[in-house]
Write a protein that binds this ligand. Structure first.
Ligand code: HEM
Length: 302
């Protein structure tokens, strides 16, 4: 049913609440006809879609990750990891779209971004002590072992070899996605699966309900990256990046950033949480209420 709504550009249009539209302020992507949207979408997505496009950014993403981890581990006081992750992700996006690594520009735009998306970027990170840490670290060490001595940086092919890591990322997207809902508005009276949705009514596409449905994901409440071994989700049952004409064009870039970050984190750092038993809230997104207050510790200095 969710997929049907996402794929139906005739009977549904974007239906975000006014507050979100105001914040997004991206008229070309929100407030236009379908054909205008297709045109703008092509312009916006060209720099971030496909192997070749992503390869261009890999080295800079690595620099951003390496420098950020170095900086975080040098801090004397605990940091709110989720806020810091948001900054890392923001630096990468500014680099991709504006070609800038100027700290002042990043800081300036970043503070507006933080106000808007406060608390939204909250993907939980694997940390030492978690069940999956050992397997994840072993996979990253294997990548280094197989690397020719002359190669100093990560390659996109190596990222593709991070199979277990990609399963962990999928499982995080399934269980704790930051895009908690997508919003549509019916443009005509429409009957879906026997339910009449009157024209003008809002529809919330609640992907979490599908991601947590045991029909598609046995023991859905369990965080189990291995469920992705030799498994592809059926069409319409894995929607972390939405679907249809509005499918998120940044999905591969987001996964690449996460993989690069975890590669360096797993190999060289560990996390010491200040409140490991801290309550985890689920609405609108899943995150520990202390924003994961923690110290990042460099292993060699530990
Ligand atoms: C884990 C990270 C991300 C998640 C979970 C996510 C999720 C989503 C979802 C669900 C949509 C569809 C919204 C709808 O149908 O109403 C979307 C759209 C979009 N996303 Fe993402 N996104 C992520 C990262 C990114 C990144 C890194 C970029 C850019 C660098 C990006 C750029 C966009 C754009 C431009 C759209 C609008 C596409 C359109 O309307 O045609 N996203 N995202």
């Amino acid at each position: 049913m969710c997929r049907r709504v996402l794929l139906d550009d005739v009977n549904f249009k974007l239906g975000y609440p006014k507050s979100i539209k105001e914040l997004a302020k991206c008229r070309p992507m929100i407030d236009v006809s379908n054909s205008e949207h297709r045109h703008f979408r092509r312009l916006i997505t060209a720099p971030i879609v496909g192997h070749k496009a992503l390869e261009v950014y890999l080295e800079r993403l690595e620099d951003i990750v390496i420098n950020s981890l170095e900086e975080l581990s040098s801090m004397k006081h605990p940091i709110e990891l989720l806020k810091e992750m948001k900054k890392v992700s923001f630096k990468s996006i500014v680099h991709v779209f504006m070609g800038s690594s100027n700290e002042n520009i990043i800081k300036h735009i970043g503070s507006s971004f933080t106000d808007i998306y406060n608390g939204m970027f909250s993907i939980p990170l694997n940390a030492p002590g978690f069940t999956f840490h050992k397997a994840l670290k072993a996979e990253q060490e294997e990548i280094l072992r197989k690397r020719p001595a002359s190669q100093k940086r990560l390659s996109l092919n190596e990222v593709k070899q991070m199979v277990y890591l990609s399963h962990v990322i999928n499982e995080v997207l399934r269980c704790a996605n930051i895009a908690f809902s997508t919003f549509r508005e019916a443009t005509s009276d429409i009957n879906i699966n026997g339910y009449l949705i009157p024209k003008g009514w809002r529809v919330l596409i609640w992907a979490r309900a599908i991601h947590m449905d045991s029909l598609y994901y046995p023991n859905a409440e369990e965080f189990n990256p291995s469920r992705w071994d030799d498994f592809s989700a059926k069409a319409g049952t894995f929607l972390p990046f939405g679907g249809g004409s509005r499918l998120c064009p940044g999905g591969d870039l987001a996964k690449l950033e996460t993989s690069v970050f975890l590669h360096y984190f797993l190999l060289n750092y560990r996390l010491e949480r200040i409140n490991p038993e801290c309550h985890v809230t689920s609405l609108p997104v899943s995150k520990p209420i202390d924003n994961c207050l923690a110290k990042v510790i460099k292993e060699s200095c530990a």
